[in-house]
Design a protein around this ligand. Structure first.
Ligand code: PXG
Length: 458
């Protein structure tokens, strides 16, 4: 079967009949037909019409090493030939899984050196939920210490656990009721939610203290953990004020509540450190990771567990009744291992920290003169651009979601993947993007902002 000769209409038709897409209004999609991506190289995608598109999102925040990396392809092929599958249940391991556990421990912050594997970010989150609750129920002998606090507009996945601790109201409404004993507090979104005149510093502290209020309301002895993304990715790249995380950390320590950093997007170099926790001064008890861990080439995720929880659980829980068929899948593990080696040998995390990250943020900042751009949040190679109706006085669009989609659709047509989250445009390009490609990305973004402004009669 030759895909290339079949053409767009063939794929769209088949897709319409059988394929139910994630996070998609199927009727709306079927009315127009899906975009078909057929190949990719570096930071570039090609669709079935032959258009070349700059992937400003690294797939879905994951293809950190860019497309077409021969080393990753070889790692997968070699592992498939040697041992395509074996599991890590029943007192067994494979060299790939064991070596990956050690490699992950070599890049996580000190102490987080026990690694539990899963297949996706959602599974890692479910694993972390079960770990923290089991920890308190066994080591701490406090089975009632099981509440989890998370933030509004957080994204922690689509499993029932991930959707429950995520703060997406639309997700809570479908398939309700969600998992019990989960509470949400407002997010640290300074530009969008701070009272007029409040500094980022003061706002960060105020939002952190809402976590303290919630702990006190529930009773410190009932709260197992706080979960949070260092930067909220799918929520629109909400970068918290610098004061926020150190205060959350202090509060968690004060009340003996565990802190879980969801590093699914921030991990593996995105923010200019190996993990977003390091960028924001968080010392988490557990970290969840996925996406960039294998550069998105194969599905794999993990929970890195600090000594307190790992040792407590291992000493007191006996068997931990949890795991997946694909926990430590050897082929995915081999690709993740190679990904970590490449990040190290090519010094890509350092590159994001001191070269391409600052360059990207500087270039993006040139868009601040655009009439639609109210504010840009970002660090390393991730950014969120707030589109506004008016900058001064600050006024958001009443139909911000529609404006975001207008801009996004211009991006598609002009050859740039830049996603819309409501009226925030988000970017997260591969870590290997060149300066020249950053220039192209920013030029395309400006063009699409201009086209959006034109649509609005500006
Ligand atoms: N935690 C975080 C912080 C995530 O960003 C997950 C958990 C769940 O991972 P899995 O592998 O189960 O999808 C994610 C996933 C978007 C988008 O539109 C973001 C994600 C997934 C799908 C779409 O920005 N993040």
């Amino acid at each position: 079967m030759n895909k290339v000769n079949k053409g767009t209409a063939y794929w769209q038709d088949l897709d319409r009949q059988h394929h139910w897409h994630p996070f998609t209004d199927s009727q709306a999609l079927n009315a127009k037909g899906a975009r078909v991506i057929t190949r990719a190289e570096g930071v570039w995608l090609w669709d079935s019409e032959g258009n070349r598109i700059l992937d400003g999102m690294a797939g879905l925040w994951c293809v950190n090493l860019g497309y077409g990396r021969a080393e990753l392809i070889e790692a997968a092929a070699a592992q498939m030939r040697e041992l395509p599958y074996y599991n890590c249940f029943f007192q067994t391991t494979t060299p790939a899984a064991t070596e990956l556990a050690a490699a992950v421990a070599s890049v996580t912050p000190p102490g987080l050196d026990r690694v539990f594997f899963a297949g996706s970010g959602s599974e890692a989150i479910d694993t972390a939920i079960r770990m923290v609750r089991t920890y308190w129920a066994t080591a701490g002998k406090k089975p009632y210490k099981n509440w989890i606090i998370a933030r509004d507009n957080a994204y922690h996945g689509s499993s029932i656990g991930g959707a429950s601790i995520g703060g997406m109201a639309v997700m809570h409404a479908q398939g309700a009721p969600m998992v019990p004993h989960v509470a949400h507090v407002p997010q640290p979104y300074w530009y969008g939610e701070a009272p007029e005149g409040m500094s980022p510093e003061a706002f960060g502290l105020a939002r952190a203290r809402l976590i303290e209020d919630k702990i006190l309301e529930l009773g410190p002895d009932n709260v197992a953990a706080v979960f949070g993304e260092p930067i909220q990715g799918a929520g629109g790249v909400i970068v918290p004020p610098a004061s926020y995380w150190p205060e959350v950390q202090r509060i968690c320590r004060k009340y003996d509540v565990l802190l879980v950093a969801d590093e699914v997007i921030c991990g593996y170099g995105r923010t200019g450190a190996w993990f977003g926790s390091q960028t924001f001064g968080i010392e988490p008890d557990l970290m969840t990771m996925a996406k960039g861990m294998s550069s998105g080439y194969l599905p794999i995720s993990a929970v890195a567990v600090g000594r307190r929880v790992a040792e407590g659980l291992m000493a007191h829980a006996g068997e931990f009744y949890h795991g997946y068929t694909y926990s430590g899948h050897p082929v995915a593990a081999a690709v993740a291992l190679r990904t970590i080696e490449i990040l190290k040998t090519e010094k890509l995390v350092e590159r994001v920290q001191s070269d391409i990250g600052p360059y990207f943020q500087d270039r993006l900042a040139t868009l601040l003169d655009h009439p639609l751009v109210g504010h840009i949040d970002g660090t390393g190679l991730v950014a969120g651009i707030a589109l506004v109706d008016s900058k001064n006085p600050k006024r958001f669009f009443e139909d911000g979601g529609r404006i975001g989609l207008l801009c996004r659709d211009h991006c598609f047509r002009e050859g740039l993947i830049m996603r819309a989250v409501g009226s925030r445009m988000v970017l997260s390009p591969p870590l290997v993007i060149s300066r020249d490609e950053v220039d192209q990305l920013v030029a395309l973004a400006r063009r699409c902002l201009d086209l959006t402004a034109r649509d609005l009669g500006r």
